[in-house]
Write a protein that binds this ligand. Structure first.
Ligand code: ZN
Length: 236
């Protein structure tokens, strides 16, 4: 995270988003909910992140505070991060209740931006709370797959899926349209204060669901460490 903050020309900046833990630090594969104020001159990083993994005892979700176990700011595999100066200011408030379509809140936001600005690529980052209802999530297994996962079906069969209950705090990074950077166009991770967390798909209670969220449009999009060879698996 500290390296990334310098790469995006915001040393000491605040980061949130969705990613995976560094398995060489944590010892297993796990979902990561980064909330980090990166290090600055005279001040160490402040890490308020969460991570969730499969509990080896019962196969259920195990969410923990990252700083209770680890003191570093690493992540692994990939992350979609929203970076800012961490200062107060105007933001976009999104209030929604009752889902009438089959798109998640994040996909609906993304499609709305795409439809309204068809020629542009707009990125948003922020946090929203699912105040009522339930949501579908996945958590990666503790071990990496022994064989390559070549299709979305193979990835989905490898992932563990759960239904989790409100109140849920969600961190989202989305871009209305890939500006040619080979991006994952949306990525949202959930944590909670009751021990449930993971990768958000959609609410499962459309009739009663309620959302409140706060987002900021991005000034710049950075693509760091872009792979030379790409694929179309698990991109939204
Ligand atoms: Zn994820």
């Amino acid at each position: 995270m500290n390296v990334i903050s310098k790469e995006v020309e915001l040393p000491g900046g605040f980061f949130l988003g969705a990613g995976a833990v560094a398995s060489r630090v944590v010892g297993i594969n796990a979902e990561f909910m980064p909330i980090v104020l990166t290090e600055a001159e005279g001040r160490p990083a402040v890490n308020g992140s969460y991570f969730s993994c499969i509990n080896p005892v019962d196969g259920q979700c195990l969410q923990e505070k990252y700083s209770d176990k680890f003191s570093d700011c690493h992540f692994g595999l990939m992350a979609n991060l929203y970076a800012c100066e961490g200062k107060p200011g105007k933001v976009i408030e999104v209030l929604a209740k009752k889902r009438t379509g089959d798109q998640s809140l994040v996909t609906a936001l993304r499609k709305a931006l795409e439809n309204h600005y068809p020629d542009k690529s707009l990125a948003l980052g922020g946090t929203f709370v699912i105040q009522k209802g339930k949501a579908k999530i996945h958590i990666m297994p503790r071990e990496f797959s022994a064989c390559p996962l070549n299709t979305n079906d193979e990835v989905n069969n490898w992932l563990k899926h759960f239904e989790v209950c409100a109140p849920l705090i969600c961190q989202s990074v989305l871009v209305s349209k890939d500006p040619g950077l080979d991006l994952r166009i949306e990525h949202t991770h959930i944590f909670s204060h009751h021990g449930e967390g993971g990768h958000y798909y959609i609410d499962t209670t459309p009739d009663i669901v309620e959302y409140v969220g706060y987002f900021m449009p991005a000034e710049y999009v950075y693509r760091i460490d872009r792979p030379k060879e790409t694929h179309a698996v698990g991109r939204d």
